[in-house]
Design a protein around this ligand. Sequence first.
Ligand SMILES: Cc1ncc(COP(=O)(O)O)c(C=O)c1O
Length: 384
Amino acid sequence: MKAAKRLDTVQEYYFSTKLREVARLAAAGKPIINMGIGSPDLQPPVKVLEAIQGSLMDVNAHKYQSYQGLPELRNAISNFYKDKFKVIANPDDEVLPLMGSKEGIMHICMTYLNEGDQVLIPNPGYPTYTSAVKLAGGTPLYYELTAENSWAPDFENLEKSDLSKVKLMWVNYPHMPTGQRPTKELFEKIVAFGIKHQILICHDNPYAFILNDKPESLLSIDRAKEVVIELNSLSKSQNMAGWRVGMLIAAEDRINEILRFKSNMDSGMFLPVQLAAAKALSLDQSWYDSVNKIYTARREKVFELLDVLKCVYTKQQVGMFVWAKIPATYKDGYALSDKVLYDANVFITPGGIFGSAGNEYIRVSLCGSIEKFSEAIKRIEACV
Ligand SMILES: Cc1ncc(COP(=O)(O)O)c(C=O)c1O
């Protein structure tokens, strides 16, 4: 059976193939330490687990749910945005619960892109932006981010290029994989750029609360709702990656447009998941502080590991990873990653998978215990 042509535009997700190799090594008896993927190992809050258990016996729990999500969850999202970001989003028509923000990336592309529409995508950046754009028939137009420019778009350069076919722009701050946090000035420039060129700005914001003492939303900028769609997620901030809960916040028209596509894809979210997600969004600051205390200690260990590898990094980065430049002795991040995988049984993500601008970098995940990081340091010390 020949697969559809659209699949020729994408490859299997890197982690899916590489993790199969890592799993094969583990099955062959190698004691692999996986420092690659950003899947939180910490538990969700107990009251969230109690909430899902409590609602399983609800007689309505197992029915189809509304396409727009329960009012309880939409209200919780709206209150969360008000409380955390001072952003007002009407729970009736400006928020849309998602099954993870990854599906939102696809929904946005399918909703807005016609064949040949161009989309600005960060290089380095989350690979899903590229695949979703291609699957939807759009054409990626990469904008390069550099350490020298604090991983911000070079607007001067962008203004010089032909933007007439650009319909959408993906932005993501705190940025994955570089850990760059946003500034108000950067956010203002992004919104002004979107308004000036009538480009829909899609801000992907899943790392706002990890090691970041000043979480920001692009929607807090004046006039942002004219051009901005923002995605957020419970995967990282509430340790609920496997639950698949995300959210989309935008002007009413955008929500309705995206719902026109999305309501043809799924039939609502499991009610207990929605009720528990609403609880997760009402956690107080002590939750975020306790998670970040753990990540802070882990990050120190990762810095130590990167010192052993003679990598260069900034300590100001935020999010769930540390991004580091490799020493010139390695051809690229892939070479370093393979050496460490085969000689020390430690898997570290090569930066090149996030785009060519990441070739000289690696990304280390903070989703592992201090003990694992200590063991990885010991093994790497023995092989470099
Ligand atoms: C930048 C970025 N956006 C979106 C996602 C997807 O998150 P979710 O679990 O909400 O689909 C990830 C997950 O790793 C990510 O790194």
